[in-house]
Design a protein around this ligand. Sequence first.
Ligand code: MSP
Length: 476
Amino acid sequence: MSKTLYITTAIPYVNGVPHVGHALDYLLADVYARFEKAQGIDVRFQAGTDEHGNKIFNKAKNLNIPTEQYVAKNAAIFQDFIEKLNVKPTDFIRTSNPDHCRRVQKIWKKLEKHIYSATYEGWYCSGCERFVTDKEYDENLGICPDHQTTYEKLSEENYYLRISDFKDQIRNAIESDAMKILPEFRKKEILKLLDDSPDVSISRPKKNLSWGIPVPDNDNQVMYVWIDALANYITVLGYPEEDISNYWPAVIQFVGKDILRFHAIIWPAILLALDLPLPKTILSHGHVLVNGQKMSKTIGNVINPLDILNKYGVDPFRYFFLRHIDTFEDSDFTWDRFDDAYNNELANDLGNLVQRLAVLSSKNSISLSQHLIDETKAATIEDQEYVNLMNSCKFSKALDYAWQKIKSLNKEINDRQPWAVAKTDPENAKQILLDLDYKLLEANSLLAPFLPETVSKISNVFGTEIGPGSPLFPKQ
Ligand code: MSP
C-alpha cells in the first residue's frame, strides 16, 4: 500500500466572497500536496466552507434568502474559486452537510466528560464570534481591532470545554515539537497565550443563535460555530463513524495567523478529549496587506482575486502569492509589485529564456528524448537544498531557490553564446544547447508544484519535437 498523508486548510465563512487571503491557505496546501504526490504519496487534501453562525444567518436574512440557499450558493462560489486557482483538494466539506452535523453531535457526546455548564458574563465580539478576556478588552480599549466594532457585554448560560484538563499536554506537545507550530515566533506567542487560556464556551442559547448544530439532549443550546468548524477536519474523514487512522493525524494544517489560537489551543484540547493524536504541524501564514494596511471594505482597498485571475491567468497569480507573499510573514500586495513580478520575472527571466532556448534548439535540430525528460524529473528531487526548503515548508524560499536557477541559466546562455558557436563549431553548439535544455528541464521540475500549467507547457515545448511554441508570458 502506498504511503498516505493528510493536509487541511481553514474553511472560510460563507458570508462573503473569496478574497486573496483565502487563496493563501489553498495555494500553500496545494504546493505541498503536489510536491508530495510527485513522490508517489497518496495525499488526502481537505478544503471546505464554514456555514453556521449568526453572521451568516443575518446576512441571508438581510438579503431575504433562505439560509440554506444562501450558503449553498456561496459554497459553490468558493469551490469555483478553488478550481480557478488550479488547487486540487480531494475532499470538500460543507459544515451544513447532514453527515457533518450528525458526526459533530456524536463527537459532542464523546466530549461530555470534559464539558460543564455555567453562566458567563463577559465581553463578546460578534465579528470574531468569541468572548474576549478583560485583559484583551482593556488592551484594545473596548474595540475589536479586527472588526472595528465595540465589544458587547453578554451574559449567557453556556456549556464549557475544560481546557484546563489538557493544558500541560498541549504545552508539552508544542514545546517538544510533537505538534510543531510554524513559524517559530508564533510558537512562542501561543505558549504565552496558553497559560492565560480560560475554559472555552462551546455553546450558545438557541434564542441567541439558531443557525447551528443543536447540542444533543438539550433543546435550548446550539453549538458554538468554532466547535463545529474545527471538527470538520475529522468528520470529513468519517470520524467517529469510520476508522480514520490511515490519515489522521494530519501532517500539516494550514491556517492564517488570526485563527492560530483556535487551532493550537482549542483544537488540540478537543482531540485530546477524544483520545486522538495531535496534528504533526500547524502552519500559520501571515496576512496579505495592501500598502502596509489591512484590507477593509471601509478603507476601500480590498483586492478582488478574480480581477487578477481574469487579467493574468492562474500561474502568474500563483507565482506572486507563493513567492512575493512570504510564507510566514505579512506581505504587501500592490498592483505595481504584481506587474513587476509579471514583466521582469515571468515574462523576462522565464518566458524569454524558454523562447530563446526553444528557437535555438529547433534551429540546431536538437531532439530531447522522453528518456532525458523523465530522467530530469527523477534527478531534481535529489536537489537537497530545495527538498529541505520544501520539507520545512519554506515555500517562498523554495520558489526563490528555483528562480535563482532560472536566472543563472539566463546568464549562462549569454556567456556561452551557442548562436555564435554554431557558426564555427555546430557540434559544440549542439552540446551546449543540450546541456542548457537539460538544466532548464531540471529547474522546470522544481517549479512544478508552484506553476503547474507553465511547467507542462515548457515540457511540451521541449518534448521529443522541439518547436518555439507560443510566448509563455506576453508582456502586459
Ligand atoms: N471560518 C473560520 C475558519 C475555520 S477553520 C476550522 C475563518 N474564516 S475566514 O473566512 O475568516 O478566514 C479563512 C482563512 O483565510 C483563514 O486562514 C484566515 O487567516 C485567512 N485570511 C483571511 N484574511 C486574510 C488576509 N488578509 N491575508 C491572509 N489570510 C487571511 O476564520
